[in-house]
Design a protein around this ligand. Structure first.
Ligand SMILES: [Ca+2]
Ligand SMILES: [Ca+2]
Ligand SMILES: [Ca+2]
Ligand SMILES: [Ca+2]
Length: 242
């Protein structure tokens, strides 16, 4: 404790009353030999300046879901805010699309045809909705309505098939229309099941018309199943694998 000079001050009360005012420096007047610096204002009385009041350390906040994020700033109550598979800033538990910042919307019918002189429209395709999230390798059912119109007068006896599969990946459905009547739109309602790819990320489902028969010609010898080139469009559904 620092030496007090208050008694000395009271002894010379009249002469020193002004000097007995509170000394903000808390230092002794000059001439001390205790190693501390001299009081620069020369006040006679020294009273230690009060230190800052102690501040209580904040108590632990409430964190009901235990993700280390306090309830009052928790972005996704009940789920771990630290998990964000697509790094878009929205925790997985409150993210409706774990393959990017925006859940895609895909409109049907999607149509294609090109130089095959036959055209197709996908009137419906869904796994329930046509945009879903699945675990790697999960199996899910689907239903679709495929419409085909063959106007190939140069090849009146050619057969047509419609293929559906993952863009750049494997075909998982092929609808055989045989040798359709020219100029007449035909529809087939189908159901099936598909296994989600194992690689995480977005996988688009695409459709293609092929002028081959029984879903085996050409495509039957390919590893990916598609007749000739592997399509990347048009997109009829999207799967997010996480
Ligand atoms: Ca929390
Ligand atoms: Ca949370
Ligand atoms: Ca996210
Ligand atoms: Ca997202």
């Amino acid at each position: 404790m620092r030496p007090r000079r208050l008694g000395l001050c009271l002894g010379g009360l009249t002469a020193t009353i002004a000097a007995c005012a509170f000394d903000p420096t808390g230092l002794p007047p000059g001439g001390n030999n205790d190693g501390r610096p001299a009081d620069p204002d020369g006040a006679v009385a020294t009273i230690d300046a009060p230190g800052p009041p102690p501040i209580d350390a904040p108590g632990p906040c409430s964190d009901d879901d235990g993700d280390t994020v306090c309830n009052n700033v928790d972005r996704c109550p009940g789920s771990d805010d630290r998990r964000d598979a697509d790094s878009d800033g929205t925790p997985d538990g409150c993210d409706d699309w774990d393959c990017g910042p925006t859940r895609p919307t895909i409109s049907l019918p999607a149509s294609t045809g090109g130089n095959l002189n036959a055209s197709i429209e996908l009137w419906s395709f869904n796994f329930g909705p046509n945009v879903v999230e699945l675990s790697p390798g999960a199996t899910i059912g689907f239903g679709d309505t495929v419409a085909l119109r063959d106007s190939n007068n140069a090849c009146p006896n050619c057969s047509d098939q419609v293929e559906v599969g993952f863009a750049g990946g494997a075909r998982f459905q092929c609808v055989d229309f045989g040798d359709p009547q020219q100029g007449v739109t035909q529809r087939q309602l189908r159901t099936g099941s598909v296994t989600a790819p194992s690689a995480p990320g977005r996988h688009d489902v695409v459709i293609k018309v092929a002028q081959a028969s029984n879903c085996t010609s050409g495509g039957g010898s390919r590893v990916d199943g598609w007749w000739e080139s592997v399509p990347t469009a048009p997109i009829v559904a999207a799967v997010c694998v996480r």
